[in-house]
Design a protein around this ligand. Structure first.
Ligand code: AMP
Length: 201
């Protein structure tokens, strides 16, 4: 694993645990020789991951739309800061560059990014692991909702099982190394179901 995409809040959150975990993740990635690829901001959780990775001698690639450069305070000191034209370009570039995705506590932008990576994995568009760093049980309500979707048969258990969860950055990365994407037949099941649902026959 050479590069990991980090999705997290532009805010620090209310608990010091959040920023602390972001910094530990950044440092752990650097120590393992894994580059951070993220949104390129200097604020909140984003800034904490990047700063810690840089501080530990790691490589950090930031990708930020011009329109957000001022708002999220583009982190000019990262190893490689790429200013792009749109949010779509940022997301596509992050997704292309990385071997896996880790989502930390954050807000709507963070969840948008997490679900994009996860839904693309579900459809088999990529085979990269999608992890949640479950700091202070932050993601429990989200996982409860996802389990509810499985119970109500809007989602397959195999796709729920794709989500790698841990509250420890090192353990999460160890799980990434063991990750096996779901069988192709599960992907096909989704495609078949979607085709059936949209069929006008
Ligand atoms: P947030 O979790 O809302 O603090 O946002 C975290 C990151 O997601 C920030 O870098 C935002 O620029 C980004 N973001 C916010 N809204 C979106 C969106 N609709 N699509 C993609 N990224 C977003």
């Amino acid at each position: 694993m050479k590069r990991v995409g980090i999705y997290c809040g532009a805010s620090p959150g209310v608990r010091p645990d959040y920023i602390k975990a972001a910094a530990i993740l950044g440092r752990t990635l650097a120590e393992r020789g894994i580059a951070v690829v993220y949104g390129g901001g200097k604020v909140g959780m984003m800034g904490a991951v990047a700063e810690a990775a840089l501080g530990a001698g790691g490589e950090v690639i930031g990708i930020i739309p011009q329109s957000l450069f001022d708002k999220e305070l583009g982190f000019a000191e990262v190893s490689d800061l790429r200013v792009v034209d749109s949010m779509h370009e940022r997301k596509a570039m992050i997704a292309d560059l990385v071997d896996g995705f880790i989502t930390l506590p954050g807000g709507l932008g963070t969840l948008d990014e997490f679900f994009e990576a996860l839904t693309w994995a579900q459809l088999g568009f990529h085979l990269k692991p999608c992890g949640l760093l479950n700091v202070a049980h932050f993601f429990e309500p989200l996982l409860t909702m996802i389990d509810h979707m499985v119970v109500e048969e809007f989602m397959q258990q195999a796709h729920r099982d794709m989500i790698v969860v841990d509250n420890d950055p090192g353990a999460l990365l160890d799980k990434f190394a063991m990750y096996r994407p779901p069988h192709a037949d599960k992907v096909k099941w989704v495609m078949r179901k979607m085709n059936a649902d949209f069929s006008t026959d």
